[in-house]
Design a protein around this ligand. Structure first.
Ligand code: NAI
Ligand code: PYR
Ligand code: MG
Length: 606
């Protein structure tokens, strides 16, 4: 676990810590009195925690109750109120409880960022499901009603021509990491318009918790180009533009303008695209990935995590990795996530199989809402065409065959869902997986949030058998199989990769994020678990160790950027120093660069 002791042991000096909070200069604040207490940019500093010397010198005496409360006491006080909220809401509907928990965390975030991030890091297993999936989905659905104060930036279709000046309204000098959405495909919940801002906020919270990105250098962005969600358009509380979504040239002109503005002010900022509907997800990725340091998390982050899961499945069967090419894998969902997974997996098969016989074998079967995708399909998205099967290739499997028919006929080793449709892996489909050709078939119900998962963990183990490997995008509890046996649930979520991809790109100073860097991230995750864990069906680490896995992934990304001569260095660490770092030294560099929440002095010590 990453904690204060670990941070102290990492050897960061006091001044480095101060620097790492990005407060300019050593006397550190120019404001005084109530301006400090009410300035949101000092909200990461202590309220009742201001020591007497700071109260004297910053004009705070009398503005706070006299007793100085230590960070540890503030932390304990918060956790106590959180635990009593848990107790007091017991038995209430799950959604009510989840939102109450989100509210208490959000209020802490507004009040005291340092304490908020410490609480998040120390309790990541409990809090990730609140600030990230699944609760973040509920928050987005109710965002206009929950709104109390803004977080992040909003660029709308009405801001055309203004973005270059607007970007300078952001008060931080430096921004390292941006997550942007247009709200058009929020998790599996569809078009939520401006309310989708919850996703960039949640993803960037994970960046701070997992990758130690400085919270003063993050920027959640909503690109509001309208919404096609009629219910929202009719909602009098809806906070976004009340117009249908921009399309075509008009749409892309807005994104272009935003990208130019961002990179004019912060040329090295990394931009992560998140939860864009498929056509714009692929279009923006192709348009910007060679020009800016950017990636699409749903296409590329998800692909890396899924590939690690697929390789883990081969290991769990006790087979050599090269046997990956011999697996039969059914992918349900031909959207940005499903196609991203297939593209990366096909490349992995080609690499592993080389010129061997296995290379001729196409292990993938793709289904969308209209069933099995074959070359007979009309009006099909060009991105999916390479993954269409030849019609009649497998006797009895026609174009548009149902999932049940495909599973019964193919007897796949892996069933992987990225459809956004809750329950499509129904009892019949799961029971059909009992006939799988694998001794340890894998079922990945990767859609989010929980109600959109293709099946629950419990149903998977109940219907498909106790020997399966199971992964889900949102967390489920492990399943009690009786007789002391446990069905292990893996959280197959891109959260295991995107923080490391972003951090590695940042610390290498990469010009762009290449396929090689993404592949390195995925391979690092795939090899993180021991054979013993993998045999037990544990493919991914516990979220408790997310900082450790992110450090490893980040280092793998840095080293790949260096190897491809894309690394230009970061701050005082130049490309030559990066080049001469060993693997261990790179991990150490990445770990040392992570921000950790502690209070920093606001005045010079005399
Ligand atoms: N676990 C993770 O890390 C990630 C999970 N996801 C989840 O994946 C889901 C899909 O995301 P995108 O691909 O971006 O969405 P998308 O909207 O681009 O694609 C959805 C695809 O599912 C297909 N589909 C719909 N109903 C179906 C049915 N009944 N049977 C089979 N296929 C069906 C559609 O035809 C479409 O091809 C979302 O729920 C999202 O939350 C996405 C990214 C990462
Ligand atoms: C996890 C994620 O990125 C999604 O569900 O869209
Ligand atoms: Mg996403």
């Amino acid at each position: 676990m990453w904690n204060a002791a670990r941070f102290a042991a990492s050897g960061l000096s006091r001044s480095t810590r101060r620097l790492s909070t990005a407060i300019p200069g050593p006397c550190i604040v120019h404001k005084r009195g109530a301006d400090i207490l009410h300035d949101p940019w000092f909200k990461q500093e202590q309220d009742t925690g201001f020591p007497i010397t700071e109260r004297d010198r910053l004009g705070l005496r009398g503005l706070l109750p006299p007793r100085v409360i230590s960070f540890e006491q503030q932390y304990a006080r918060f956790m106590e109120s959180y635990r009593s909220l848990e107790k007091n809401t017991m038995g209430q509907p799950a959604g009510v409880v989840a939102l109450a928990k989100w509210r208490i965390l959000n209020r802490l975030h507004d009040r005291n960022e340092t304490l908020y991030y410490r609480a998040l890091i120390d309790n990541i297993k409990d809090f990730a499901p609140i600030i990230y999936t699944p609760t973040v989905g509920l928050v987005c659905q109710n965002y206009s009603g929950l709104f109390r104060r803004p977080r992040g930036m909003y660029f709308s279709a009405k801001d055309k021509g203004e973005m270059m000046s607007m970007i300078y309204n952001w008060p931080a000098q430096q921004v390292d990491m941006i997550v942007i959405t247009d709200g058009s495909r929020i998790l599996g919940l569809g078009d939520l318009g401006v309310q989708g801002i919850g996703i960039p906020i949640g993803k960037l919270d994970m960046y701070v918790a997992a990758a130690g990105i400085n919270p003063q250098r993050i920027l959640p962005v909503m690109l509001d180009v309208g919404t096609n969600n009629q219910k929202l358009l009719e909602d009098r509380l809806y906070l976004g533009l009340r117009q249908p979504r921009l399309e075509g040239e008009e749409y892309i002109a807005i994104v272009d303008e935003f990208m130019e503005a961002v990179h004019t002010r912060w040329p090295k900022a990394i931009v992560q695209f998140e939860d864009f509907q498929m056509k714009w997800a692929f279009e923006t990725l192709q348009r910007y990935r060679k020009k800016f340091c950017t990636f699409n998390d749903d296409i590329q982050g998800t692909a890396g995590v899924a590939l690690a899961g697929l390789l883990g499945t081969v290991r769990a069967q006790g087979r050599p990795l090269a046997d990956f090419a011999k697996q039969k894998i059914v992918v349900v969902g031909a959207g940005s996530a499903g196609l991203g997974v297939l593209s990366m997996a096909v490349q992995a098969v080609a690499r592993m199989a080389g010129n061997s016989e296995a290379a001729a074998h196409n292990p993938f079967f793709l289904l969308d809402k209209d069933g099995l995708v074959t070359k007979e399909r009309k009006n099909f998205d060009p991105m999916a065409v390479p993954f269409a099967r030849d019609p009649g290739e497998i006797e009895g499997l026609r174009e548009g065959a149902s999932l049940l028919e495909v599973v019964k006929k193919i007897k796949p080793h892996v069933l992987l869902g990225l459809s956004g449709v809750g329950g499509v892996f129904n009892e019949e489909v799961l029971k059909a997986m009992r006939e799988s050709d694998s001794t340890k078939p894998a079922i990945f119900a990767m859609s989010n949030p929980t109600m959109n998962a293709e099946c629950t963990a419990e149903d998977a183990f109940k219907h498909a058998g106790e020997h399966i490997i199971f992964g889900s995008g949102s967390p489920f509890d492990n399943v009690d199989l009786g007789n002391g046996k446990v069905g292990h649930v893996n959280q197959a979520n891109n959260m295991y990769l995107f923080p490391g991809i972003g951090l590695g790109a940042l610390l290498s100073g990469a010009r762009l994020i290449s396929d090689g860097m993404l592949q390195a991230a995925s391979e690092c995750l795939a090899s993180y678990m021991t054979d013993e864990d993998i045999r037990k069906g544990v493919l991914f680490p516990s979220i408790d160790s997310i900082r450790d896995i992110t450090a490893q992934v980040g280092a793998a990304v840095v080293r790949a950027a260096v190897a491809e001569e894309l690394a230009e260095g970061h701050c005082e660490v130049g490309p030559k120093e990066l080049l001469h770092m060993s693997k261990e030294e790179t991990v150490e560099y990445v770990t040392r660069s992570m921000w950790y929440p502690i209070y920093s002095p606001l005045v010079h010590e005399k």
